[in-house]
Design a protein around this ligand. Structure first.
Ligand SMILES: Nc1ncnc2c1ncn2[C@@H]1O[C@H](COP(=O)(O)OP(=O)(O)O)[C@@H](O)[C@H]1O
Ligand code: SF4
Ligand SMILES: [Mg+2]
Length: 325
C-alpha cells in the first residue's frame, strides 16, 4: 500500500539555514495493518507524515530525494491536482491540533459534509447525511445528532478530536494517517477509540499510520513500529517484539522512560540530554551524545540500517541483542 524508500528531506529554516529533518528513511505499510511511529518531540514524525500526504508547503522545502510510493502514485513527483485527489479520498489525515484544523465558523455537520461534496459534488443530500452519520459513529460519537449543529468551540477537546477523526473517515480512505490524534482524551478512552478504529481498518482492509510519543497507546494499536530519532530511522519491526525487547539503545531508553504501573512504585526515568537540532546533529551516530553504550566508532561513523532479522531493522553498531526474542 505504502512504500517509502531512502526518503530524505531538507527544509529551509526561517533564517535561511538548511535543515536535514529526515534522513534516508525506508518504511512499508501493508494493507490492513497499522504502523506506529514513535520518537520524542522534534524527531520528524509530523514532517514525515505530512510528506506522505503531500501536505508540506513547497516553499518550505529545500530538497527531497528517495521514493514515496502510495499504491502506485509517486508522491514526490505528483502534481498539486493529483495530490488534492489523493487527500481525503485515498489518504485521510487526522491532525494533532483540532482547534487549528477545524473551521471555527462552521458547524460539525457542515465541516464533515463539505469534504463529501468537495470530492463527490453529485452526492444526494440523503447519501451525504448517511456518510456523515456513519463517520461520526465510527469516530466513537455517542448520540451524534445532539452535536451536529454545534460549532467547534462548543465541543469538548475530546469531541473535537473525534470530529477530526470523523472528517478523516468520511470518504473511507485507504490509508489513515493519525498524528497524535487523541492527546486531549484520557489514556483509557484513547486506547478504546483507537482500538475501535484499528479493528475497523483491519476489517475493511485499509491501513493506518499512527503517530504518538505514547508507547503504551502505540503498543495497543500498532502491528509494526518505527522509531525515529533526529530524523533518522533507528529501529523498525514488529511493535510488540520491539517494545518487549528493544534492540536499539534509544528505544530501550524510551521504554524505560514510560511511566511504570503505580504498583511497581517506580518513577519514570527521563532520558538525559536533549534531541539535537536538525543542523546540529553529531557527525557519527545521531544518538551518540546521549547513549550510555557509545564507543569511539559511534562518534565517527553513522551506523547503517541493518537487518537484525528478516523483519527487524536497526541502526546501531552495538545492538542490545541479536533479535532472538
Ligand atoms: N516548516 C518547517 N520549517 C522548518 N523546520 C521545520 C518545519 N516544520 C518542522 N520543522 C523542524 O523539523 C523537525 C521535526 O519536526 P516535527 O516533524 O514537527 O517533529 P515531531 O512531530 O516528531 O515532534 C524539528 O526540528 C522542527 O523544528
Ligand atoms: S551506534 Fe553507538 S551511540 Fe549509536 S545507539 Fe548504537 S551504541 Fe549508541
Ligand atoms: Mg508532531
Amino acid at each position: 500500500m505504502l512504500r517509502i524508500d531512502n526518503f530524505s528531506l531538507q527544509l529551509k529554516g526561517s533564517d535561511g539555514r538548511i535543515l536535514p529533518v529526515i534522513e534516508q528513511v525506508s518504511l512499508c505499510v501493508a494493507k490492513g495493518s497499522c504502523l506506529g511511529i514513535a520518537g520524542e518531540s522534534g524527531s520528524g514524525k509530523s514532517v514525515l507524515a505530512m510528506s506522505i500526504a503531500g501536505l508540506l508547503p513547497t516553499g518550505s522545502v529545500h530538497a527531497r530525494s528517495g521514493v514515496i510510493d502510495f499504491d502506485g502514485c509517486q508522491i514526490l513527483s505528483a502534481s498539486e491536482a493529483e495530490l488534492r485527489q489523493l487527500r481525503g479520498r485515498k489518504v485521510g489525515f487526522i491532525f494533532q491540533e483540532p482547534m487549528t484544523a477545524m473551521n471555527p465558523l462552521m458547524t460539525l455537520y457542515d465541516q464533515i459534509v463539505e469534504t463529501v461534496y468537495a470530492h463527490f459534488p453529485a452526492t444526494s443530500r440523503a447519501d451525504a447525511d448517511a456518510r456523515v452519520m456513519l463517520a461520526l459513529d465510527r469516530a466513537g460519537f455517542n448520540e451524534p445528532q445532539k452535536f451536529l449543529h454545534s460549532y467547534p468551540h462548543q465541543l469538548s477537546g475530546g469531541m473535537r478530536q473525534r470530529a477530526m477523526i470523523a472528517m478523516a473517515l468520511v470518504l473511507e480512505p485507504e490509508l489513515i494517517i493519525a498524528d497524535e490524534p487523541t492527546t486531549a482524551i484520557d489514556a483509557a478512552l484513547q486506547v478504546q477509540l483507537l482500538s475501535g478504529l484499528r479493528r475497523q481498518i483491519e476489517k475493511d482492509g485499509r491501513s493506518m499510520i499512527f503517530i504518538s510519543h505514547d508507547l503504551g497507546v502505540i503498543r495497543a494499536v500498532s502491528d509494526q513500529l518505527a522509531v525515529l530519532y533526529a530524523g533518522c530511522l533507528v529501529e523498525s519491526g514488529d511493535a510488540v517484539n520491539i517494545l518487549e525487547s528493544p534492540a536499539h539503545p534509544y528505544t530501550a531508553d524510551l521504554v524505560s522512560a514510560l511511566p511504570r504501573l503505580v504498583k511497581e512504585r517506580k518513577l519514570p526515568v527521563s532520558i538525559a540530554g536533549v534531541l539535537p537540532a536538525p543542523d546540529k546533529k553529531p557527525a557519527g551516530c545521531v544518538y551518540s551524545d546521549r547513549c550510555h553504550h557509545a564507543q569511539d566508532i559511534c562518534r565517527e561513523k553513522r551506523p547503517p540500517l541493518q537487518n537484525l532479522s528478516a523483519s527487524w531493522q536497526i541502526s546501531c553498531f552495538y545492538p542490545l541483542h541479536k533479535g532472538q526474542v
